[in-house]
Structures are given as C-alpha cells and as structure tokens.
Design a protein around this ligand. Sequence first.
Ligand code: SAH
Length: 257
Amino acid sequence: MGDGNKSIHEFDFKLICEYFSIIERQGPGSPEVTIKALSFIDNLADESKIADIGCRTGGQTMVLANHASGHITGIDLFPVFIDRFNDNSRKLNLQDRVNGVVGSMDNLPFQNEEFDLIWSEGAIYNIGFERGLNEWRKFLKKGAFLAVSEASWFTEKRPAEIDEFWKDAYPEINTISHKVAQMQKAGYIPIATFVLPENCWTEHFYVPQVSAQEKFLQKYAGNKTAEELVENQRHEAELYYTYKEYYGYAFYIGKKI
Ligand code: SAH
C-alpha cells in the first residue's frame, strides 16, 4: 500500500511540474522588470559572481546574463528545472558564464562573501523573506547587492477575503514599508523598491495560463488532481483581478553594509 501511495504522490508531483512547465512563468515578472531591477546595481564586472536562487528553468537568469557582466550560478531544488536551465544556457551559448546547480535555498552550497549579487525572483517566500535576507547575507561581499521580488500589501487594510487567502498562502506577506524596514534591520541599505506593473500578472502570468489550462484539462480529462490544480489557479487569478489594488509583487534591492 505504501508503494501505491508513493506512486500516487509521484504522479501528482509530475502533474504539477508538467502544469508549471507548460506555462511561461511560475510567478509574476517580466524581462523589463528584471532589467529595471538590474539598473540599480552598479558593481558588476566580468569577474563578478552572481547567484540566482530559485531560478527554475532560467527565464530571468538568461535576461540577467544578457544585461549584466559576470558569472551566474542558478540554483533550484528540482533537478528537472536545472536540466532545462542548463539546456537553455547552452542553446543561448551562455554555458561559459551561466550554469545551474541543484540545491536548497535553506542550505546553500556557497562560500562566505562569495557573491557580488544575489538575485531571486518570486522564490524567497519558500523560506520567508526575513529568514532569506538574514541567511543569504553572509554569502555576499561587503557592498554587494541583493535583489528579490516578493508578494506585498499595497495598503494598510484590505477586504477579509483577500486577507484570509494570503494569510493562508503566505503569512509573511506585509506592506512594502514593513519589508523595507526588515531589509534595513537585516543589514542592508535599502537602495530601491518598486511595484511590478500589472502586465507582470496578466500578460506574463495569468493570460498564458488560460489556453494552457484548457489543453491540460483535455489531456487529463477526469483526473481529480489536474482538475483541482486548474481550479486553484483559476481561483487565484480571479482573486487577483478582483483585489489587485490591495496587493501585488514588489522588487526590493539592498546593498550589504
Ligand atoms: N525565479 C523563477 C521561479 C520562481 S517560482 C521565476 O521568477 O519565474 C519559485 C522557484 O523556487 C521554483 O522554481 C521552485 O522549484 C524553487 N524552490 C522552491 N523551494 C526551493 C528551495 N528550498 N530551494 C531552492 N529552490 C526552491
């Protein structure tokens, strides 16, 4: 029976991975936003070292590579993503500067003061914003940068439905000013913060999911996991369209003191 359960879980996991591999992104963002965040960082040269934590298949990493000097190490928990990351790097002829490794953000295989820049889009929530800021700091050289994007409240108060949804999904969601203060407290100079424009959620995230969801449901007709997964994603998108004045993603850029 144990084996039966295991294979069901593996199948669920495979399904979830397949769903996220057919959609363009796994969180809000865009190449324009990656480039904008990078514009606040002024310490990079050919010998610089950059880490992209929770890099997935490397969409934003390759944008970074094309707009910044230095060597980039992408790291993600899942080998399937890292295999595709390294394929993408080779296809773009970036393999000498960009490579992916499997590892966990709560136990990074890096040296103290190794990096000039730590990047992480839509991923730090996996260990929590404050913990990530505190734990990753030691891997940065003095004066090096950290740039992360993170779900944030835009207002002090918001309707109960969206408040409850986020408190369940990610209790550490908070206002931008609160997160800037956390960054300061963790030992960074807050250099810049900006709200991701709406098209990062619509054009780059929820809109491409609509046709992907239809194809996915056709392929897995009658499969409960597939149906629930799509249902959840649709619910999340509806909440966004209803409550987008209250929350979104913000980029936080800090410099290690
Ligand atoms: N940065 C990408 C992916 C964000 S989704 C983008 O902007 O599109 C979050 C990523 O974090 C996923 O690829 C997931 O596999 C990865 N992840 C989750 N937990 C992790 C952990 N403990 N260590 C490293 N990566 C993790």
